[in-house]
Design a protein around this ligand. Sequence first.
Ligand SMILES: Cc1cc2nc3c(=O)[nH]c(=O)nc-3n(C[C@H](O)[C@H](O)[C@H](O)COP(=O)(O)OP(=O)(O)OC[C@H]3O[C@@H](n4cnc5c(N)ncnc54)[C@H](O)[C@@H]3O)c2cc1C
Length: 379
Amino acid sequence: MTTLSPEQLQVRELAAQVAQREIAPHAAAWDREHHFPRELYTKLNEAGLMGLLVSERYGGSGAGYVAYALAIEEIARADAGTAVTLSVHSMICAAIERLGGEQQKKTWLPRLAAADAIAGFALTESDAGSDAASLRASAVREGDVYVLNGRKQWCSTGRFAAVVLAMFRTGGAGAKGISAFLIDPASAGVRVERVTEKLGIHSSDTCDLAFEDARIGPDALLGEEGEGFGTAMSALCGGRIGIAAQATGILAACLEASVKFASERYAFGKPIGAFEGVSFKIARMATDLEAARLLTRRAASLADAGEPFAMQASQAKLFASTAARTHAAEAVQIHGGYGYTTEFPVERYYRDAKITEIYEGTSEIQQLIIARSLLGRLE
Ligand SMILES: Cc1cc2nc3c(=O)[nH]c(=O)nc-3n(C[C@H](O)[C@H](O)[C@H](O)COP(=O)(O)OP(=O)(O)OC[C@H]3O[C@@H](n4cnc5c(N)ncnc54)[C@H](O)[C@@H]3O)c2cc1C
């Protein structure tokens, strides 16, 4: 594994600064009030974090996946909801850069890299989650427009996004009948149907989008007709590096809080960290944090080198999300009764950690991807 470059170290430093100054002091209130801090993304832009996966040609920094993972980890240490918004946004920037036509790139990338627009993602439907290839929302070509109908469930940033990467069925059954579109959710015929109430990541937005005879031009098609499933899967592959980094950031926050509490809280005349029952939890937490970081960085380094990284991204997400969920529970345990109250942040970490095992492919789906990479499709 290569050491970090001066540019990557600078991204990490800037992300840490903006996270500590602009996010950490507000994270508990945003969580409590379910507040999506739209204005924050301008500040993330000032720190150069909105265009990490956009090339300089289109207004980004082109800093790459290692820098992206470092930034997401720092942001997630302060607030996991903000981290997922930035992660999904960046994943869609990368998809547009990779697959978009020149006009689409010129239309969207400078705006996305400058936080003038935030990007959202819409693949899932009520009956198509892990089995995304069974999605039913349709895009029917009528003359020179596509007419969209159906409903997309749990779209991250749905209410605040200026563009959503959404998958619709343009052909027959299965993965080959799916196409990807770049859609402005404010278009006629698109409406927010339901805002999702969630266990955690309250500072992120999640909603359902309903499409009723929404008419969009063919310039909204990203890539070729029928290639949308591959577009979604390749976008998610990069996105998993972001979710692994988000889980790593939650884990880092759990460790920080646990070390502090275990040093300051006394029981039986000693700091509780003096008891092995507590200190060994912290030792495991710190070790898994390093492992999560290294796995995430390995996947990101491969992505930056242009090498295959799907299995490594799944391994990083699987490991980091399991570790985040496990150790967030331990962090609450170390805090005792205080851990269960909103007086300390670990109850928020505990709620936030769980989602990292579910979105952008559940842990079971990550294992499927890893196993298939090793064994092929045996069925
Ligand atoms: C807060 C939040 C934000 C989200 N953001 C987005 C977003 O921005 N865009 C988007 O498109 N989607 C989004 N999602 C959807 C998310 O990606 C899906 O929930 C996830 O992929 C799982 O799909 P599902 O919920 O339909 O579960 P299901 O697919 O119904 O799975 C249910 C259970 O069965 C297991 N399972 C399913 N198939 C298999 C299998 N073959 N082998 C073993 N186990 C299996 C799963 O692992 C899971 O444990 C979001 C969800 C949430 C909760």
